[in-house]
Write a protein of this length. Structure first.
Lengths: 627, 425
């Protein structure tokens, strides 16, 4: 018996290991298995209609339309008259072969799309003729339709869910549609509804052999919900019209609610381009255009130095920190010297030489010296510049700058408001002070903002110290939103009493300042121009390009109904393009029409294409020069 | 003696017979579940696989009676004849056989297939028992070891030519018999170490395994040197050959794997070792069978209720993958029970073999226990995803006449020998 021990031992050991493995498979793994996953089922989905999207005035922005695909099951296809069939589908013989091979490669016994999205007139004809060809049939699908050819960046688009998402997500299956951008993406769950499910047992040949557990796991479809946006289509379209031939972004908000009235990016595109048979070549064209970037939402994502409009914030911080008051005066001698070196000099174009300048004038005339002085006072108020810069940064951030605003669109940029810690990293051993960061005083340097942040900042000024988080959604399923994110007042750290002087100064900009040509008798507009230098670095050499044009404005002065920020790439002075467009849009929004046809016409026809062409040429020549 | 002649059932071990009936019966229920469909549940349709299996089971009754009819001395005396006959059949199939799935393993008699390799196992066990039961036979002698190897591997050689590597593998089970009868354990140890080295080399690559092996070897030698300063001097030749052998072996594996193994054989190892996770193609069988088994849960989905079985998702489910049906429809309880039944069967055979006073019966019993054990390990191990895909049937369970009759003959010759033992004085 002793010698048989080895075999008996091995038999017992293998028995234990195998039963252990069965325990792992059947008890541990089997226990966690979804009953549907562990079985062989076919799930048939019932897709509800996707919700419609309306603008704030009830105008239909996005609707649905029917589309018809020719489907193929390669296994069932019988020999056919190729010439006749090609003529019927309006394709070539090579194309037919290619499509057939593709379908066969995917799966011989599963249906796949043979010809996508037929034209409506073809459908009726084909419906009659196609039944005679075995293995082909027509499938109805619902796709999007855009009655208004604008606001593509706002509404976004839908497309087939990507493979990764289909695998990792437990709702979407391969080939289903999902919102990819804008509102379609942000409010995907509300718009799509919930698809219904019918589960069938099937065998390995894909043959359905009955209902799975008598429909215990079947569900009904839930219809998609309609959305009402805060967008004013008229204003949106007008903005897009004015931005023709230019690149940049416009954001218009309603200061009292934070509702986004217009969100213009230029250049843009007709959303209908991303629907239908031409979808894929069009999307390649749009998404791979690296020069004009039509799909890059400049209103949300273009991140630039804000320039002069930011001076208002510095003035307000100065008042709040009590380092200046309304009557504090600074004498300007065509610039501000902040060090002994020759280069330590910041020029100024305010043209008021040697007389003390007060805050209101400093804002309306955009005096660099005044804000440099104020900025230094703020930073140097505390025992070290780290604390001073932190304090300054906190105030600026309370205007919604320097971080994601929290609006309900899926794209954005943080912008940047540096603080003490930021500079401690940049300058080793803490050897920095107000003078090293003096550009922040005039909204250049390390400060960066996006147009929607600037618009929100303007709304906060217009409201004298508070804002609501900007949002695009007004109603879901025709019921007003109740999301506290968008209905809670957010206060800035600046006392409301300090805003009067800033608002008066912005009013002055339209009366006597840089935007005086665009004032209107019956609308009290307030604004601030900005001109932002911009550089590109080619071969390590810094090259200056045409300035970006910036303008912020709100109106009317006493009861603000609209607050705007606009930014035009390489648009030159803020007063040449940005200011007139803003003024026109405010007029359009408040009165419903425009009287100043000459300005309007000039703006619509003004194209900066030559400027942009130069940009490419410059890059080209410089790049070829190095080779 | 006279009494025994009158009654062929005298002295037979009814426990073994009972286990046989349970395994074959339960096996048939699962074949029925795996091969019938909702539309055709008719039991006596002989065009279906479960119908045919019913015929095979029915035909094994006369086979059993025939086996029990002969005296146990008959098997001892005619073992060489059976052995030579099976060699002839194995050689003949290479010429006359029908090629199915790339292997020439089948005789075809008017639509009825016969697989000689399923029968040769029993006859090899008989021949080996005959050889080793000789009083003069001593396994310590190298000459005798070689004789035993020839008896074992001659049929294996013919099967290699078919080729049916799964069946060849089974012949290694006879090493347990040799070990039982006095062959040093070194052969089995050597085999196990080779297999482990083989798998490790495939998994980690020859370079690393070689470095690790040689390091272990060197450490061992250093330890020997530490214990006894003259260790190296005394064992110089052994040490050098050990180094050489290890290097050649590991590199040989790497070379074999890269250059000699067929791609589909490589894939099987790769999938088992988790080097590739191609669930749709090469690992499909194993993936499906694991899913099917795990969906059974504790008590299973019930007879004919396994929707993965009914949906025919596991390929070859009536034959090599029959155990996955047990897993799905009878759950953890049923599939563990099958393992326990096999263990009981093996224990019983070994117990009876050890009580044999006759060396021939003991060696034969030990031989068939080893063979059944190997079949069970390899088949269930493959179905539950612990071993690579090697296509051999599960004894008494899998669909197929040759396999069923092969194992029936194997087992009932032993029952016959065992029934006789009390008259063997």
């Amino acid at each position: 018996m002793k010698r048989s021990f080895l075999l008996i031992f091995l038999i017992s050991l293998v028995g234990i290991i195998y039963i252990g493995r069965l325990f792992q498979l059947q008890i541990i793994r089997g226990g966690n298995q979804n009953p549907i996953q562990g079985s062989t089922v076919k799930i048939e989905y019932d897709y509800p209609e996707r919700g419609y999207i309306y603008d704030r005035n009830g105008k239909l922005l996005v609707a649905n339309q029917l589309s018809y695909d020719v489907m193929i099951i390669p296994k069932e296809v019988e020999p056919l008259d190729t010439l006749e069939f090609c003529n019927l589908l309006k394709i070539t013989k090579e194309d037919l072969k290619k499509r057939f091979k593709k379908a066969e490669k995917y799966a011989r016994w599963l249906p796949s799309k043979f010809l996508k999205q037929l034209a409506k007139e073809d459908f009726a004809y084909l419906q009659e003729k196609l039944p005679k060809y075995k293995g082909f049939y027509i499938q109805k699908r619902i796709i999007r339709n855009y009655p208004i050819k604008s606001a593509a960046n706002v509404v976004g688009f839908i497309a087939e869910v990507n493979e990764q998402k289909a695998k990792t997500n437990d709702y979407y299956e391969q080939g289903e549609l999902i919102g990819k951008l804008g509102v379609e993406k942000q409010y995907e769950n509300a718009l799509r509804g919930i698809k219904g499910k019918k589960i069938f047992k099937r065998n390995n040949l894909n043959k359905i052999t009955g209902s799975f557990k008598n429909g215990e796991y079947d569900t009904l479809a839930v219809a998609g919900q309609d959305l009402t946006l805060t967008i004013d289509t008229e204003l949106q379209q007008y903005g897009e019209l004015l931005m023709r031939g230019k690149r940049g972004g416009i954001v218009a908000l309603e200061p009292k609610t934070g509702e986004i009235l217009a969100l213009v990016t230029a250049p843009s595109y007709d959303p209908n381009l991303l629907v239908g048979r031409k979808r894929s070549p069009n999307s390649v064209k749009l998404f791979e255009d690296n020069i004009t970037k039509p799909t890059f939402d400049r209103a949300l994502k273009a991140q630039y130095a804000p320039g002069s409009p930011f001076k208002i914030i510095n003035g307000l911080i100065g008042l709040e920190e009590n380092v200046i008051d309304e009557n504090f005066g600074v004498k300007c001698y065509r610039g501000y010297r902040y060090g002994n070196r020759k280069s330590a000099f910041m020029g100024c174009h305010c043209d008021i030489v040697g007389r003390p300048i007060r805050l209101k004038t400093a804002i309306s005339k955009s005096c660099n010296s005044y804000f440099a002085t104020t900025y230094r006072k703020i930073i140097d108020k505390y025992e070290n510049s780290t604390i001073g810069a932190n304090k300054w940064s906190e105030h600026a951030k309370s205007f919604g700058l320097g971080n994601y605003l929290g609006y309900d669109l899926p794209e954005g940029q943080k912008g940047r408001i540096p603080n003490g810690e930021y500079y401690n990293k940049v300058y080793p051993k803490f050897r920095w002070g107000a003078t090293h960061t003096i550009s922040n005083a005039i909204g250049q340097g390390e400060v960066e903002t996006t147009p929607i942040q600037l618009a929100n900042m303007t709304a906060a000024i217009a409201n004298r110290g508070y804002f609501y988080t900007p949002h695009i959604i007004k109603e879901i399923d025709h019921k007003p939103i109740s999301d506290s994110t968008y209905t809670t007042k957010r206060n800035t750290t600046i006392n409301p009493k300090h805003f009067s002087v800033a608002i008066d100064a912005m009013h002055e900009v339209f009366k006597t300042g840089t935007a005086k040509w665009f004032q209107m008798k019956d609308i009290d507009m307030c604004g601030k121009t900005g001109t932002v230098e911009n550089f590109i670095r080619v071969d390590g050499v810094k090259k200056q390009l045409e300035d970006h044009s910036i303008f912020i404005a709100f109106a009317p002065k006493e009861d603000p109904k609209i607050a705007m920020a606009i930014f035009v790439e390489n648009g030159g002075y803020g007063s040449t393009i940005a200011a007139p467009i803003t003024s026109l849009m405010i007029e359009k929004y408040l009165t419903g029409k425009t009287k100043r046809k000459h300005i309007e016409e000039r703006m619509i026809n003004l194209s900066l294409q030559k400027e942009y062409d130069k940009l490419i040429q410059k890059k080209d020549t410089l790049e070829t020069g190095t080779k | 003696m006279r009494q025994e002649r009158n009654n062929i059932f005298a002295g037979i071990d009814w426990l073994l017979v009972l286990l046989y009936i349970i395994l074959v019966g339960f096996g048939w229920l699962n074949i029925y579940a795996a091969s019938s469909t909702d539309e055709s549940r008719e039991v006596f349709t002989f065009s279906s696989q479960y119908g045919k299996q019913l015929i095979f089971i029915g035909l094994s009754v006369p086979v059993i009676i025939l086996i029990l009819f002969f005296n146990s001395k008959f098997y001892e005396q005619f073992s060489s004849v059976f052995y030579i006959l099976s060699l002839v059949l194995l050689a003949g199939v290479l010429v006359l056989g029908k090629k199915i799935n790339g292997a020439t393993s089948w005789y075809n008699f008017g639509g009825i297939g016969l697989q000689p390799s399923e029968f040769s196992k029993a006859f090899t066990a008989l021949a080996l028992a005959k050889l080793m039961s000789d009083r003069q036979y001593n396994l310590k002698l190298f000459k005798n070891q070689i004789k035993a190897f020839i008896v074992i591997f001659l049929p294996a050689f013919f099967i290699t030519l078919q080729p049916d590597m799964g069946s060849v593998l089974i012949y290694f089970a006879f090493f347990f018999v040799l070990n039982r009868e006095g062959l040093t354990l070194a052969y089995i140890l050597f085999g196990v170490i080779s297999i482990v080295l083989f798998l490790l080399t495939i998994y980690f690559g020859a370079k690393w395994i070689l470095i690790i092996c040689l390091s272990i070897l060197t450490l061992g030698i250093l330890y020997g040197y530490y214990k006894n300063k003259r260790f190296i001097r005394f064992n110089a030749i052994k040490i050098i050959s050990l180094y050489l052998f290890t290097s050649v072996f590991v590199f040989g594996i790497g070379y074999t794997y890269d250059n000699i193994l067929e791609p589909h054989q490589k894939d099987r190892f790769d999938i088992l070792l988790g080097k590739t996770t191609d669930l749709k193609n090469k690992g499909y069988n194993t993936y499906q069978s694991e899913l099917t088994i795990s969906s059974g849960g504790f008590l299973g989905k019930g007879f004919l209720q396994g929707d993965r079985t009914q949906g025919k998702f596991v390929p070859e489910q009536e034959t090599d993958y029959i155990y996955s049906t047990v897993g799905e429809e009878w759950g953890f309880a049923g599939s563990s029970l099958v393992i326990i039944l096999f263990i009981l069967l093996l224990y019983r055979i070994i117990y009876l073999a050890e009580t044999h006073t006759n060396k021939f019966g003991r060696i034969y019993g030990y031989g068939i226990a080893s063979i059944i054990f190997f079949h069970v390990i390899v088949n269930i191990g493959m179905v539950i995803g612990l071993l690579p895909t090697i296509g051999i049937p599960l004894p008494f369970f899998s669909y197929g006449g040759s396999s069923l009759w092969g194992f029936t003959i194997l087992l009932f010759i032993f029952i016959r020998l065992d029934a006789h033992k009390k008259y063997d004085w």
